[in-house]
Design a binder for this molecule. Structure first.
Ligand code: MAN
Length: 351
């Protein structure tokens, strides 16, 4: 059967979502974590918003004030030659060693619910909103792992301190509790395995070294989901392949008869994001058994090669439904796509 994009793709777009604030417009609904809850499929989606433009001279950047926790506007003069506006996602300061001075939008996490995994009803209010000083530029890219009836949500928290990974937990998808930062700066793309292995929890994560080394996937262990250690490199980028520049974990690993299946994103030299798979040893997940030589999904449809930041396939969640695997992926920082396959079909592609 292979892997098939759903005919209704993109299944969720900006038009389907109402802004969290009357001064905002939605510029992206993407990179969703996924879970099964009481017979429904739930998506935790990243919603990116910006102030509606009121003039041509300034970019009104939304930020959360680090002291008060309230929303405020940072006005950045479009004519200010100190800044570089060439990347739609960020504003850079020319000559600065940092990747960005601030973002052009602010993200929060919103839920969508569905009985069939295709048609979703979207909550009108945010589920997790940026609030503390580590989240002042927004919170992004949620992944959900169910462990013993609790749903743990990891997300990237962005602020002038850098990007860290926060953890939140819910048991009913109504109330949610933030548990703090589980990985420090610069670390994101954190996915937690759904059960203990040899008595310990495991998580994949993606630190970015500023000294030397490319962004690659690490694996870490914990006794309690809050404190992580025994960090090891799991998988590296591969020169000459579709994942040559950087890689990051995508969905929380899925248990299969042959080991743990991880769907991850890889970026090539053109800055195109594609999806591929890793198969990890069941009892020793720091050991790779097999890996995709070619991407399982690469940007090719019109809606994938356009968008806010084009050519991005960014999986963050998958659920099993009627022997199929429903994979939810962010499309070009703009909308949500669904790809349907089976675990067996993916395993058959791995070498
Ligand atoms: C980074 C993150 C993601 C985003 C991609 C593509 O990896 O910011 O949220 O989807 O870049 O822009």
């Amino acid at each position: 059967m292979g892997i098939k994009r759903h005919e209704s793709n993109p299944i969720i777009t900006c038009e389907d979502v109402n802004p969290s604030n009357e001064d905002f417009e939605i510029i992206g609904v993407f990179n969703p974590g996924a879970a099964r809850y009481k017979g429904e499929i739930i998506l935790a989606m990243r919603i990116a918003e910006r102030f509606m433009d009121s003039g041509n001279d300034y970019i009104k950047v939304p930020v959360i004030d680090r002291q008060s926790g309230l929303l405020k506007i940072l006005n950045v003069d479009k004519g200010d030659s100190r800044y570089d506006f060439s990347d739609s996602r960020v504003i850079k300061e020319k000559g600065s060693p940092y990747d960005f001075a601030c973002l052009t939008s602010m993200s929060h996490i919103r839920l969508a619910r569905s009985a069939d995994g295709v048609n979703f009803k979207i909550d009108s209010r945010p589920f997790i909103y940026p609030g503390n000083e580590y989240e002042s530029f927004g919170i992004e890219d949620p992944r959900i792992t169910e462990i013993d009836g609790s749903y743990y949500i990891t997300y990237s928290a962005v602020s002038p301190y850098g990007i860290v990974t926060g953890l939140a937990v819910t048991s009913d998808f109504k109330n949610c509790k933030k548990l703090g930062n589980i990985f420090g700066t610069e670390n994101k793309d954190v996915v937690i395995f759904p059960e203990k292995i040899n008595g310990r929890y495991f998580a994949l994560n993606r630190p970015v070294s500023k000294s030397t080394g490319d962004p690659v996937i690490w694996i870490s262990e914990s006794d309690n989901l809050l404190y992580w250690g025994n960090h090891k490199v799991l998988a590296c980028n591969r020169k000459g392949f579709w994942d040559s520049k950087k890689i990051g974990a995508g969905i929380p690993p899925v248990k299969t008869d042959e080991g743990w299946l991880e769907l991850y994103h890889g970026v090539d030299e053109r800055e195109h994001y594609s999806m591929g798979a890793l198969l990890l040893d069941m009892n020793c997940p720091s050991k790779i058994i097999a890996r995709s030589e070619k991407p399982l999904l690469k940007p090719q449809e019109d809606y994938e090669t356009g968008g806010f930041f084009s050519n991005v396939i960014f999986p963050c969640g998958a659920v099993k439904r009627q022997k199929k695997l429903y994979i939810y992926y962010g499309i070009s920082d703009n909308s949500i796509g669904l790809a349907v396959t089976s675990v067996e079909d993916i395993l058959n592609t791995l070498v």
